[in-house]
Design a protein. Structure first.
Length: 153
């Protein structure tokens, strides 16, 4: 039986909750990751920052049926996009991270990771041991289940 530990990317590349979004974006780009587990001073997982944390979202206007785009919690307009992303460099990760994070243990069956991704409509699951991230399983990692051991490209 294939386990999460057979698929996960390890070691986990984490970011501290007090780091800036600029630092998170740089680390994600340098490593080619779509998300980073967010940790506190003791290394405990407290959130997740993802590519979608930086993307525009359609948000309902108060007391209206109208929806408008927001980026990092700011209303978007043609003349503000540069300003919003420049200001984002100093926003702290803890202020924008996803705080409810689905996790999995390294000893769980790989099929459980697939079930969780489908059930929660997510692309990545931090792998934790005693509440601390030790790796991550992404949908991309599931490709390994298709490729036979020792297969060459």
């Amino acid at each position: 039986m294939l386990k999460v530990s057979d698929l996960m990317t390890s070691p986990s590349v984490n970011i501290h909750q007090d780091a800036s979004l600029g630092a998170a974006a740089l680390l994600m780009l340098e490593k080619g990751f779509g998300s980073l587990p967010v940790v506190d001073d003791s290394g405990m997982l407290i959130g997740l920052v993802t590519e979608s944390s930086f993307a525009a979202k359609s948000v309902g206007m108060p007391f209206s049926v109208f929806r408008a785009p927001q980026v990092l919690g700011k209303w978007l307009s043609d003349d503000r996009i540069d300003e919003i992303y420049e200001a984002a460099r100093s926003i702290l990760v803890r202020d924008i991270m996803v705080k409810t994070v689905v996790t999995i243990s390294e000893n769980e069956p790989a099929a459980r990771a697939v079930e969780l991704m489908l059930e929660h409509d997510i692309n990545r699951i931090p792998v934790v041991r005693d509440g601390r991230p030790i790796g991550i399983v992404a949908r991309h990692d599931l490709l390994r289940m298709v490729v036979e051991k020792g297969a060459k490209i």
